[in-house]
Design a binder for this molecule. Structure first.
Ligand SMILES: *[C@@H]1O[C@H](CO)[C@@H](O)[C@H](O)[C@H]1NC(C)=O
Ligand SMILES: *[C@@H]1O[C@H](CO)[C@@H](O)[C@H](O)[C@H]1NC(C)=O
Ligand SMILES: *[C@@H]1O[C@H](CO)[C@@H](O)[C@H](O)[C@H]1NC(C)=O
Ligand SMILES: *[C@@H]1O[C@H](CO)[C@@H](O)[C@H](O)[C@H]1NC(C)=O
Ligand SMILES: *[C@@H]1O[C@H](CO)[C@@H](O)[C@H](O)[C@H]1NC(C)=O
Ligand SMILES: *[C@@H]1O[C@H](CO)[C@@H](O)[C@H](O)[C@H]1NC(C)=O
Ligand SMILES: *[C@@H]1O[C@H](CO)[C@@H](O)[C@H](O)[C@H]1NC(C)=O
Ligand SMILES: *[C@@H]1O[C@H](CO)[C@@H](O)[C@H](O)[C@H]1NC(C)=O
Length: 395
């Protein structure tokens, strides 16, 4: 069975060559950036972070998701609320209603990516079912890290191969492992204070039958073919990608379904909040301190860590999606051809069926009409130990 799968993958990859030109199918930018996203509206139940992802109405009212005076989209963690013991801090997780199929290129241009002690942001994609539909982690790092980390997650049978050409540093290769199959960025200023100090930069992702490749450029190195207005993009002058998951080691037709884009910022949880990791990345020096390795106590509780929270925001110029066939998939599964000139944010082609309830229910996906964690639900969670479980296990 395993051998048969590998043979099929090898045969497939021998004929898989990525197209070089892709046309614009969707743009999230400017005043209409937040059109076409579903807000999670539930606590972080996928990575056990000490975060309550709010509804669009609450995010707007609390100014956690808005477009600033420069036309950039801001997504941030609440840094003004006093959080009582054992409760969570408000933040945002959004998922696109539309799906992007194999043969797509996704480009994100940002000037700030969240960082700081306890902070765990991600810009990633996922299929409707998880892990069967696959996951691509494009931007993900925690605490005081300064280099971005890339990962794929999939069912068993897909891996990263060190024989692909890439400029990053390869890590775990099994995409079915807990950490996924990983590459670390080795170029300067991919994450942390250095990213914004350099004026931000661009992350570009090729999602194709020939493989998944991810490029990062700091602001001064962004290829001239990438712009806020181009209606087509040509990957042939982009050079060697930082991460390259070649189809020789993963059959992308088998392990990856059409992808939705997700942006979120959690805190602590199953990566940033692990005491050994948190304690080594955010050590407290000086007099002996109580709760020194408790990410929750140091950064979430009460007024939180105001220094870390002040840098816990995305500032995004645009996210633009391109497709070799010029098509996009709506949440109902309808495939629509998009005229690239009408795909710009102001005149995004209306996709048939997009009013249908979005996103699936399994794995990391968000429920469209998801439950609102009301005050009563919070009280229930506390009473039954749901909140406490997360808080206590992470301290
Ligand atoms: C949204 O805000 C209302 C009013 O403050 C609050 O009752 C509700 O719990 C909030 N919802 C979420 C998901 O935080
Ligand atoms: C779209 O592109 C993908 C990947 O290049 C290809 O597998 C698929 O057959 C194409 N679909 C259509 C309808 O052309
Ligand atoms: C608060 O966050 C800053 C920046 O992330 C960090 O340098 C500092 O050590 C943190 N303070 C505490 C008490 O954890
Ligand atoms: C990924 O690596 C393979 C194997 O070296 C190469 O053929 C392919 O062109 C690389 N992908 C990109 C986008 O450069
Ligand atoms: C794949 O991941 C699942 C879920 O973590 C695990 O049960 C299974 O053992 C893994 N398979 C391999 C080969 O590691
Ligand atoms: C925090 O430190 C105090 C004082 O040492 C201690 O009583 C408490 O149990 C600690 N809390 C956690 C969650 O570690
Ligand atoms: C809260 O965060 C914002 C950035 O999102 C920052 O501009 C502001 O100064 C922070 N407030 C405080 C009190 O640190
Ligand atoms: C998380 O909560 C959402 C909304 O209730 C639900 O659809 C999803 O299945 C939950 N995920 C997990 C892993 O529990």
């Amino acid at each position: 069975m395993k051998a048969a799968v590998l043979t099929a993958a090898a045969l497939y990859s021998s004929g898989a060559v990525a197209a070089t030109s892709y046309s614009l199918v969707k743009e999230y930018a400017g005043a209409s950036f937040f059109d076409g996203w579903v807000f999670y509206d539930f606590y972080d139940n996928t990575t056990s972070g000490d975060i309550n992802y709010v509804s669009q109405a609450n995010a707007t009212a609390e100014k956690l998701a808005y477009v600033d005076n420069n036309g950039a989209a801001i997504i941030k963690v609440d840094n003004t609320t006093f959080v009582p013991w054992n409760q969570k801090r408000d933040s945002v997780r959004v998922t696109t209603a539309d799906y992007f199929d194999l043969g797509s290129v996704l480009i994100m241009d940002a000037t700030h990516i969240p960082y700081g002690c306890g902070i765990w942001p991600s810009f990633w994609t996922k299929g409707e079912s998880w892990p069967a539909g696959g996951e691509i982690d494009i931007v993900e790092a925690i605490n005081s890290m300064t280099d971005n980390q890339y990962a794929l997650h999939s069912n068993e049978g897909c891996s990263a191969s060190s024989s692909a050409s890439f400029s990053g540093s390869i890590g775990v290769t099994d995409c079915n492992s807990t950490a996924g199959c990983q590459f670390s960025e080795t170029k300067a200023n991919s994450y942390g204070p250095g990213f914004s100090a350099a004026g931000g930069g661009v992350y570009a992702t090729l999602f194709d039958t020939s493989g998944v490749a991810i490029w990062f450029w700091s602001r001064n190195d962004v290829p001239s073919s990438i712009s806020a207005t181009a209606t087509t993009v040509d990957i042939s002058d982009w050079g060697t990608p930082s991460a390259n998951y070649s189809s020789t080691a993963c059959n992308f037709n088998e392990f990856f379904a059409p992808q939705q884009i997700v942006l979120d910022i959690t805190m602590c949880g199953t990566w940033a909040g692990v005491p050994s990791i948190y304690g080594s990345q955010c050590p407290i020096t000086g007099a002996s301190q109580a709760n020194a390795t408790s990410c929750y106590m140091q950064n979430v509780y009460n007024n939180g860590n105001q220094t870390a929270l002040a840098t816990a925001y995305f500032e995004i110029n645009y996210i633009r999606a391109f497709n070799a066939n010029g098509t996009i998939l709506s949440s109902s599964g309808a495939t629509t051809s998009v005229n690239p000139t009408s795909a710009a944010a102001s005149g995004t082609a209306s996709v048939s069926g997009s009013s249908a309830s979005s996103t699936g229910s399994s794995g990391k996906s968000s429920g469209a009409g998801a439950m609102v964690m009301s005050g009563a639900a919070k009280a229930w969670a506390l009473a039954t130990g749901v909140g406490a479980l997360f808080a206590w296990t992470l301290m």
